[in-house]
Design a protein around this ligand. Sequence first.
Ligand code: NAD
Length: 267
Amino acid sequence: MSRDPVDGGAASNGPVAVVTGAASGIGRATATALAVRGHRVALLDRDGPGASALARALTDQGTDARAYVCDVTDTADVEAAVSDVGRRWGRIDAVAACAGIEVLGDVASLSDQAWNRALDVNAGGVLRLARATVPFLVETRGAFVAVASDAGVTGAQGYAAYAASKHAVVGLVRCMALDHGPAGVRSNVVCPAFVETPMAERIFADSDPGERDFYRRAVPLGRFARPEEVASAIVHLLSAEASYSNGMVYRVDGGSTAGYYVGNAAG
Ligand code: NAD
């Protein structure tokens, strides 16, 4: 019987997780939650100091954690990190693709460079991680989760390249569910709306005054998500508790894409 990829084992021989974007925000919260659930964790991020700081903090708490400086747009970087995880720990049970960037602009203002960058990091990064890790997940009958966005299931005004890249992630992960489900690998995608992370802070720092409040009022639950709330959805989908979830698009958005919502419009 396959081991529960989330709940099993002590830190020294527990299941192994690979998380990209682990230095910040949702990736950081996901890596931390997986460590709490008994995983050994590989922390991949282009921000080496940030990933190392989390590795030290988790190690101090008794988790076997290791940081990798890894740019998800660089195939060699991703393959080197995943190979090292395989050599070091001998298995990979759970993979969370959280690395991503915000790219703003409508089609009239988007440069080719901005478009290519959005697609390369947000969608290409998921592809590179999946390609490197699926062979390991086949061995463990493990699970893969990618973070897309509410902009992966609806349009988003002023986010043409970002939304296109996140729609690509949803399509990619649905195909993974079909292609690798028969081998026992479950693939799912999580779609948050705004989450209180450095990414959201950067977006609102550059936006018109009042935009933060507009988006907050558009959420039926009346607030943005905390990164830990998205992490717990990711951890659930990676766990045996979600053993029949495959190809699912899991919206963690407080109801903001459930339909037109005017209830909070007046603030
Ligand atoms: P964040 O900026 O706090 O963290 C993103 C992390 O990804 C950073 O540590 C960064 O260094 C890393 N990263 C970026 N480009 C990379 C690259 N090329 N290679 C390796 N690492 C790279 O952002 P976040 O809010 O935690 O976002 C995590 C994911 O959630 C992203 O995919 C984002 O698009 C998605 N998301 C965020 C929100 C939100 O409101 N924060 C909403 C919906 C979806």
